[in-house]
Each structure stands twice: as structure tokens, then as C-alpha cells.
Write a new protein. Sequence first.
Length: 417
Amino acid sequence: MIKEIKMPDAGQTTDEAQIIAVKVKVGDEVKRGDILLEAETDKATLPVESYLAGKVLDIRVSEGDTVHAGDALFVIGKGKDAEEYVPGAGNGVPAAEERPEASPEEGVPRQPAGDGFLSIDDPFGEPEPSAPMRPASCESKPSTEAMPNAKEEARSRGIDITLVTPSNGKFVTRADVIGFAAHEQQATKDGGYDVVPLTGARKVIGTRMLQSCRDIPSWSATVRVDMAACERLRADVQSRYGVKVSYNDIIAKAVAAVAHEYPIFNARYENDEIHQYHHTNVGLAVAVEGSLLVPVVGDVDSKGLLEVSSEFKELVGKAREKRLAPSEMGFGSISISNLGMFGVHDFTPIINPPESCILGIGEFVVEPFWNGTAFEAHKYVYVTGVFDHRMIDGACAAQFLSSLKACLENPGLMLAR
């Protein structure tokens, strides 16, 4: 019996994923539930498990490859069929009948011995004998397959051929080496630079943010909020319950309270329709290494402040470890992005489509307040809302921000909603 393991549908906003780690080798025995590889989607790093038991006969992907739901990843088999299986070219090593002939212009004959290519470690151009099988526990550094004249060109130029990417995806040619050398020469002339690979997550973030700026007619407005009452609430909760709540938690609860009055803020623009949900699902933008994730707490309107705080703490922890499940993202109607801890006074964030809006929270700033007889020093936060004008008109958004300001300056008002 021989079967393929295919890329599952991760349920993300894109069906693309990038392979970041292959955990098995051809010849390994695997059981149901064994982790075969890890793939990075636009939201998280997800393991792909084997749903078959048997021997790994072929690996169809390599680290760095971009795959889609339904793409073949591995061939697993057992029994007589597995013994007779001949791997194809999917594991990065071309099958014998697919090995390249030297191109006429290169004039390099094929080598009759070995695997048809010269080893990069053989400076004298003599084919290496077949290497003995290594134990499964030994890991060897993969060699770079290259045409002999490509190796000679690399040696003459002092180039490490392992740094050269084959343009045909299989083996390095002399033209690849020459092109690499020209690129390095230009880089030196320009003062030098490093090429940073664009990961799957970064590509998706770029695509979605471009989509947001291009497709959403957004506009923004800012209110100044006196945070004295929120400071007292936060201190009282910690004193009574011994639990630290964040200002993001309090803002999320205030958003949910105001959304009862303005339910359009519980909406998402999907398939040219406005889907207005019955509860308030609030996302929180979390910066992780090389990416940005937005975990969502659902039904914030029906949960207490301590419960909301606990769920956000758990989700933020998972986000930073890239362990968020698809079900914990991608269903919010409004998001919070807080850059106050970095000293940002105020800013205009970008809507996370298809949500209705996003709130940008700045740092605490001390400004004078006239109490009627004297000035007092008060702490303020500037909150900028960015709204999808297809769903939310200017007056409605202004009223929402005004009500949000009132709830944060008088948290008791949340109980009235």
C-alpha cells in the first residue's frame, strides 16, 4: 500500500504556507500522529502530522517551499508495494531518467560514474564512489549539485558554490555562477547589502495590508481620553483580586459596551455584504519576531473584565510562541493596536480586513487640566479610530469614539450598557 500525505487546509485567510522544517527523511518509519513537517502560514506555525503508518518513500517538498492546501508532501507506504517503489524527483534529487545532459554550449560530457554529477568536495573532478548508508541518527550536510564547468568557474572566481542558487531549481550551471559573481560585484559597488528572505508570513502581511489600503475607503478620527479613572480601576482590581489587568483589557471591555449602542461595529465586510454579528469579538495586534499576529477574544460583551484579561494573556503567550490555532484568530470585528509602550504619541493603524475598524492607542502623556480654579496634571491617551467607510459613516464613528471616551473616563457607564 502506497499513499500520499497532502497539505491540509489550515483555515487561514490564505491557502499558502511555507515549509520551515522537514522532520523526517526518506527511509524513516513513521506512525500515525508523528510530526512530518512544520509550515508557516500567515498566522502561525502549524505542525503537519502523519495520518498513515509506514515508511517514508518520497519527500515532495523542501524547506523554504511554498505549498497550498491539497499539495502532495510525502509518499508513505508499507509492504511489497513499498519495497518496489522508486522515488521520483520530488525530494530534491532528480530521478535517474531526468538527470540533465550537458548543454551544447557548455560542451561538458556527462560523467558515466557515480550519480552523474561531480561532488563539490572533489577539486580534481573525479567522481566519488557511492557513500555507505549512514545510521538514521547521523545527519549529513546536503551537497550542492552542479555542472563540472560551474564548479571550475566557481573555483576560479573564489566563490563558495553552495551560496549559488540554481536557476533551474535542480543544479547549478556556469551561467548561475557568472550571474552570482556579477551580483556580488554590483553589491560591493553599491556599498554592500544583505538579501533578507521574504517569509510566507511577511508576504501575506504585505498582501493583506496592500489590500486594505487599496480596497477599503478608510478614514480616521482621534479623541483624547483622561485615563485617571482607568488607572483607579486597574489598581482596585489588582488590590482586591491580586490580578493584573492591562489597559488593553479595559479598552476591549469599553469597546464591547459601546458596541451594544452601535452594533455596526460588530460587523465585517465579506463577499460584498455587511455581516453584522450578535456579539463583540475583539482582536489585539501582537508583534512577534518577523511577523504580526492578531489573536481574538470572542463574546467580550458577555464576559467579565477578569475573564477577558485571562483570555488575552493566554492568547498573547501563544502568539509569541507561534502556537495560535486558526480558531483563535480571524473572526474579529474590531482590533486594538497599542504602541504606547514604545513612546508613540498617536498613530493611524491599518484596518485588518474584513473588520469594521481598528483603534490605535498611544502612550500616556501628562497634560494640564483646568478644574475651574487651578491647573492639575492629568494623564491622557490619544485614541485614533480608523473606520471602513463602506460600513461606518463619519457621524456614527464620531459618536462611537465619544461614547468610548465617556466609558473610559467613567468606567461605571459600562454597567449601563
